[in-house]
Every structure is written in structure tokens, then in C-alpha cells.
Design a protein. Structure first.
Length: 509
């Protein structure tokens, strides 16, 4: 009987599920190296400057070592000498001396090393161990939530991507470099620019006045195009997209968070084929319009334009998609419509301003990483509506909505301003402003600021150079004193097919 019970017990052991020892591992650590680093810091007054950007109190695995390093850090910040006695006294002042093992442990640490010769190498080992522990904690928390059937998987992916991005940003180090390789790179860029007789060093906008000031959209720049509603920022962005992709055949990516892909393409068709948007919606085209449509639609179909209309796009999704677009299609310009509709899901913020700051900072980092210009559209706050007069209605940098960080992170800030929207038909010099838009370069980190005048055609959702008279062969108009013809105001144009996107300002969205 007893033998039968033993046999059954052995059989149960053989059929039992294997034990998962994954979480039986010790977290990555190097306690001996922690002691050596702390000892070296107490015998060499210059050692802290070598590793201060590499190590932080939480980098140490042993809680006692965290407190000791924090005391050493505080002494250095206060410009006090660091040795056995001062560290012990600082710990005593903080009330943690006995917690770390008393003066005897401090003495023992300093006795373990003879010099600080390899402290940077040792510090980087500790930093790697700390990063490994963070990744283990991150993966463990994601795994736990993934097993929870009440957790939405899409939300979990957003949080996972956000947390991983935050972790990589905290642990990303950029070391200094000697001036020589930077000079070589600057010389290389200069030679390439000198070979271009037109002076264009970046992606051309297609607008002569703008390109004369900027020399094109420059690689690694974050460009903000901002306006109050109804000024036509989306039309301006699409006109740039058309110029770059259709006229210059340079690949672009357009991320539209406001309009769907078909709406966006309809605006491009109206722009390129010179067919009013209302006609595209109704389908009632004249014979001439059908000829223009058939004759020009191939320009768009063959243009290297890539459109993503994902609503509620997060900055982390954008990074992933942008990297793939650059890798697979050699994208030269990335456009986003518009910044305030983006989010940074997966990260915690105390306010929307903090989130927008993170988004703008991430976009600038992405422009540098991909080495392409990024144009992000943005809204202005209501302040401009409360100001009077021609100068009062002119946008200012302080009008940027939700975050001063946008102004800080941007390499260039442009405002789209149409004075006639506010029933201002002449400037202070008496020049006719009807049908004209001011592109105000309010910030330009690499060059001059100033105003550029463009012609605006609301029915075609198009901005163009005032001197391009051939673009207006379908409408006769007298020339004004700025070298172009006088066009009707968009606010009086009841054929405008896209009122939801450029509606009159009725408040912040």
C-alpha cells in the first residue's frame, strides 16, 4: 500500500508543470564596484567631476551606498572638501550615519582603493547595471498588465512606448567633441552651398521671397507655422507640400491629425488643377475645368507624397513612422497638422502645457535625429483678437498657444497673417492688402527675420508668389503696386468649399 502511494507521488512529480525560475534571478548589480567608486571619491577631490553626469544616487543598488553618494554629491555642490571625516559628518548631519554602518564602514570603503584611475570605467559599469534594472522593472510591469484582461491593449502599447521613450531620454548621454571634426563638417556644407549658384542649401519652399531669407528649409530644423483660425495655415502647408513634391520632386510626409486623407487630397487637387473646391464636391465641372483636371492630375499621382491621417497621433507613434518613412522612402521634409492635436500618451504630466512642451522638444529631437526639416502647424491663443489696429492684429511670439516651449524649441517661427480678414485693406504706406497674405518670419535662429507677401487664392486653397501671373490666367484683375493683381477676399468668397477647416475664430479648440 505504502509502495503504491510512493509510486503515485513520484508520478505526480514527473507530470507537474516545470518551475519558471525567471524571477529567481538577482537584479543586475556590482556591489564591489559600488564600494570601489565610493572609496575613490573620498580619496580624490577631482574624481566627482569625472562621474557626476554618469552616476546618481539611485544608480547604486545598495541603499547604504545611495545615502553615502548623496552625501558626497551634496558636499561637492556646496564646494566643501570630500574625505572620510567630511562625509561622515554630512551623514551625521542628515541623521543617516548609523544607517549606513557608522564611521567604521566609511573608513572601510576608503581603505579598499589606492587611486581613482579607473573611476570613469567603473562608473559606466554601474550605470549599465542600473539601466538593466530599470528595463527589467519596465518589462515586468508591462507583462503584468498584459495578463490583465481588463486593460486595453492599445492603451497599454501607448503607455509602454511612452515609458520606454522617457527611459531612453533619461539615460541618453551626448558627449562633447573636439572642434576639428565639426569644422570639417561645416566646411563640407559650405562647399556644397557654394556649388549651388542659387544659394539654396535646404529644401526649397517654392516661394522666392521666403527662400531668399531662409535658403530653404534646413536639415534638422523644427519650423513652426502658426496662425489664428481662418488665416489658411493648412492651405499654406499644402501649398508648400505641392511645391516641394510636385515642382521639385522631393519626397515629403504629411501627418494630418485634423482632416482625413480624402479631404487633404481634394485640397491638393484644387491647388494643382485650379478647380474650385466646391466644384470638386459637387462634381459639376465645366469643360475647361475637366481639361485642367485631366491634364494635371498625373502630376499629383506621380508626386512623392505620403499621407498619414491617424487621429490622436502620439509623438511616439510619429517617431516610429517617421523613421520608417525616411528609411524606406528617403523623406526630405516632414509636416504635421497640427501640433496641439498630438499627445504624449504613456507619460504623466501636471498640465497640458507640460505635455505640449514634451511634444515640441521631441519633435526637435526627431528633426536632429533624422537630419530633415520638420514643419509643425500650431494655433495661436485668443490674445490677438482682443488687440486693435493693424499692428495689434499682427501675431507675436507671445501668442503661441499653450506653451512657451514651442518658441524655445523652434528654429524658425512663421505666422500666416491676412490683414483683410480683419477688414484691414491697406497698410500704413497705403499699399493694397486685398488678396495678399503676410508670412511673418518672427524667429529665425540661423538668419534674418522679416515679412514675405504671397498671393492667396481661397477657391484653390493656394498660396503663390505675387509675380506668378501665369497662375491667374483664368481670372483677369488689375495689378496693384506690389507686382501682382488684386484678388477677392476669401471672407467674401462664398464658394470656399472648406469652411469647417478654416472657419472664423469663435474661440479656442
Amino acid at each position: 500500500m505504502a509502495e503504491a502511494k510512493n509510486t503515485n507521488r513520484n508520478r505526480a512529480r514527473k507530470t507537474a508543470a516545470p518551475i519558471d525560475n525567471t524571477y529567481g534571478h538577482m537584479p543586475p548589480q556590482a556591489l564591489d564596484i559600488e564600494r570601489v567608486v565610493l572609496g575613490a571619491l573620498m580619496i580624490d577631490k577631482d574624481a566627482f567631476t569625472v562621474i557626476s553626469e554618469i552616476l546618481h544616487p539611485e544608480t547604486f543598488y545598495d541603499g547604504r551606498h545611495q545615502k553615502i553618494y548623496q552625501a558626497i554629491q551634496q558636499l561637492n555642490f556646496s564646494e566643501h572638501p570630500v574625505d572620510i571625516m567630511t562625509v561622515a559628518e554630512e551623514l551625521r548631519r542628515e541623521g543617516t550615519l548609523e544607517e549606513v554602518g557608522g564611521p567604521a564602514y566609511i573608513i572601510d570603503l576608503s581603505s579598499q582603493v589606492a587611486s581613482s584611475a579607473h573611476i570613469e570605467y567603473h562608473a559606466r559599469i554601474l550605470a549599465q547595471k542600473f539601466l538593466a534594472r530599470q528595463l527589467i522593472h519596465f518589462a515586468s510591469s508591462i507583462e503584468t498588465e498584459a495578463f490583465d484582461e481588463t486593460v486595453d491593449v492599445d492603451d497599454l502599447m501607448q503607455r509602454a512606448e511612452g515609458n520606454l521613450f522617457e527611459l531612453s531620454q533619461k539615460n541618453m548621454a551626448k558627449d562633447y567633441s573636439h572642434i576639428e571634426p565639426l569644422l570639417k563638417e561645416a566646411h563640407k556644407i559650405l562647399k556644397a552651398a557654394s556649388a549651388n549658384t542659387g544659394g539654396m542649401t535646404g529644401v526649397p519652399s517654392g516661394y522666392n521671397g521666403l527662400d531668399n531669407i531662409t535658403s530653404g528649409w534646413q536639415a534638422s530644423d523644427l519650423i513652426i507655422i502658426a496662425e489664428r483660425p481662418a488665416m489658411g495655415k493648412t492651405s499654406f502647408a499644402l501649398s508648400i507640400a505641392k511645391n516641394v513634391a510636385v515642382d521639385y520632386q522631393q519626397p515629403i510626409a504629411f501627418f494630418s491629425l485634423e482632416m482625413n486623407g480624402v479631404q487633404l487630397v481634394n485640397r491638393l487637387i484644387s491647388n494643382v488643377c485650379e478647380v474650385a473646391g466646391s466644384k470638386l464636391l459637387s462634381g459639376q465641372l465645366t469643360d475647361d475645368e475637366w481639361l485642367r483636371f485631366d491634364g494635371n492630375i498625373n502630376k499629383l499621382s506621380s508626386a512623392p507624397i505620403f499621407i498619414d491621417d491617424t487621429p490622436g497621433l502620439s509623438v511616439f507613434e510619429l517617431r516610429t513612422k517617421a523613421r520608417r518613412l525616411v528609411r524606406e522612402h528617403d523623406i526630405k521634409l516632414l509636416m504635421i497638422d497640427y501640433l496641439q492635436l498630438m499627445n504624449a500618451n504613456g507619460m504623466r504630466f501636471n498640465s497640458r502645457q507640460e505635455e505640449v512642451s514634451t511634444i515640441s522638444r521631441s519633435l526637435k529631437g526627431l528633426a536632429k535625429e533624422l537630419n530633415i526639416p520638420i514643419i509643425a502647424l500650431s494655433q495661436l491663443n485668443r490674445t490677438v483678437e482682443n488687440r486693435e489696429g493693424e499692428e495689434g492684429k499682427r501675431p507675436q511670439l507671445s501668442d503661441l498657444r499653450e506653451s512657451g516651449a514651442i518658441e524655445q524649441d523652434a528654429d524658425m517661427v512663421l505666422f500666416v497673417h491676412r490683414p483683410e480678414y480683419y477688414r484691414i485693406y491697406q497698410d500704413q504706406q497705403g499699399r493694397d492688402l486685398r488678396g495678399l497674405a503676410q508670412i511673418i518670419i518672427a524667429k529665425h535662429r540661423k538668419g534674418a527675420t522679416g515679412d514675405v507677401y504671397l498671393r492667396f487664392r481661397g477657391e484653390y486653397t493656394r498660396f503663390s508668389n505675387p509675380e506668378d501671373e501665369s497662375l491667374y490666367r483664368h481670372q483677369e484683375a488689375p495689378a496693384n503696386d506690389m507686382g501682382g493683381e488684386i484678388m477677392g477676399s476669401r471672407m467674401n468668397n462664398y464658394d470656399d468649399p472648406f469652411p469647417p477647416m478654416d472657419a472664423a475664430p469663435v474661440g479656442d479648440f
